[in-house]
Design a protein around this ligand. Structure first.
Ligand code: AMP
Ligand code: AMP
Length: 317
């Protein structure tokens, strides 16, 4: 068994998803959602945000626990691959309450904590799936995300890395992707600093990945570790009492955003989707709040101050 996904992975995913929806094993919340993209001017940058208003969010548990853990024994009807990884240590499972079709995740078979950093093999498994989706899905761009720690917006404590397709790229380009367009690939063990847009009012660390060749486990781990090191330094300097961050990965870049708060004004939960600019509003009041206060203010409250321009010797975790 290796890390290769089956060649028809994308078809297996689609078939499993359609079957689960028609058997009511998945509660798709997207059909009642409306989307609105705004192009917001922040300093010299135009940043894209998407507001998704849900009219019904069916059945989703607010928070899981180790005792009531849906990933200890994922439902067979939601299981896309029963074993994944060189040591068969993972499963690939559909999200039961998606807002975007075919939202799925890698879950560990054994319980591992969502507060632990991603291992080299978890990173490689994520990257290989992203490569496979890129090769077979001609319509959508996908991203993977990992909500790590108590203030990251995660709801389940059992380790899971999620995969979702992005909004139409004609309309919405995540700021992290705009940032890498102006940069060469990052060299993780050099003096080079990760990218950070000074116009965005929260700390974020972005590394462009080389696209000419597929990265190996050790390289992916170096990229992840160098971004995580910056996030930990920011958390420590701001005297955070916990380690929380969002990790976002595509075939083109990785980003880590250290987090101070999981929620804004106790009503709007922000996870990795939020820090990428995708706001999920569960009712009109929350949508009004986002528009009134502004997405940048919300993300500023949920993150830490931007550190663009601070030299590399400033960073010592
Ligand atoms: P997070 O909120 O980032 O921790 O992600 C956990 C995800 O698991 C949520 O998006 C839920 O929709 C999803 N979820 C909750 N219960 C189940 C379940 N029984 N099977 C599959 N996915 C689930
Ligand atoms: P949450 O309550 O934030 O955990 O999200 C509820 C469900 O929507 C879960 O399946 C999430 O993974 C997913 N989700 C979270 N944020 C977004 C977003 N901005 N757009 C689409 N789906 C999302």
């Amino acid at each position: 068994m290796s890390f290769e996904t089956p060649t028809n992975f994308f078809h297996i995913l689609g078939d499993k998803y359609n079957e689960a929806v028609s058997n009511s094993k998945i509660f798709f919340n997207g059909s009642s959602a409306t989307n609105e993209v705004v192009h917001q001017l922040l300093g010299d940058s135009t940043v894209d945000f998407q507001y998704t208003l849900l009219h019904s969010l069916q059945h989703r548990p607010e928070s899981g626990s180790i005792e009531k853990n849906p990933f200890a024994k994922p439902e067979p009807e939601l299981t896309v691959l029963d074993s994944y990884g060189p040591n068969e240590e993972f499963k690939i499972v559909l999200n039961k309450f998606p807002v975007v079709a075919q939202h799925f995740m890698i879950v560990t078979k054994e319980f591992k904590s969502q507060d632990s950093p991603l291992s080299p093999s978890e990173l490689q498994g994520t990257y290989i799936i992203l490569q496979s989706l890129k090769a077979s899905d001609k319509q959508n761009d996908w991203f993977a995300f990992y909500n790590c720690g108590p203030q990251s917006g995660a709801s389940q404590p059992h380790k899971h890395i999620q995969f979702m397709s992005l909004p139409n790229k004609e309309d919405f380009v995540p700021f992290a992707e705009q940032l890498i367009m102006r940069s060469a690939a990052f060299l993780p063990n050099s003096q080079q600093e990760p990218l950070q847009n000074a116009d965005i009012p929260f700390a974020h660390f972005v590394a462009r990945l080389p696209e000419q060749h597929q990265l190996q486990e050790g390289e992916l781990a170096l990229y992840f570790a160098s971004l995580l090191q910056r996030a930990l330094t920011v958390s420590r300097r701001n005297e955070a009492e916990h380690i929380s961050y969002n990790f976002i990965c595509t075939t083109k870049y990785m980003m880590i955003v250290p987090r101070s708060n999981g929620k804004y004004k106790n009503s709007l939960g922000i996870n990795s989707c939020g820090v990428l600019g995708l706001f999920l509003c569960k009712n009109e009041e929350i949508l009004d709040l986002v528009k009134k206060d502004g997405p940048e203010t919300i993300l500023q409250h949920c993150g830490f101050p931007n550190t663009a321009g601070q030299g590399s010797d400033e960073y010592h975790y």
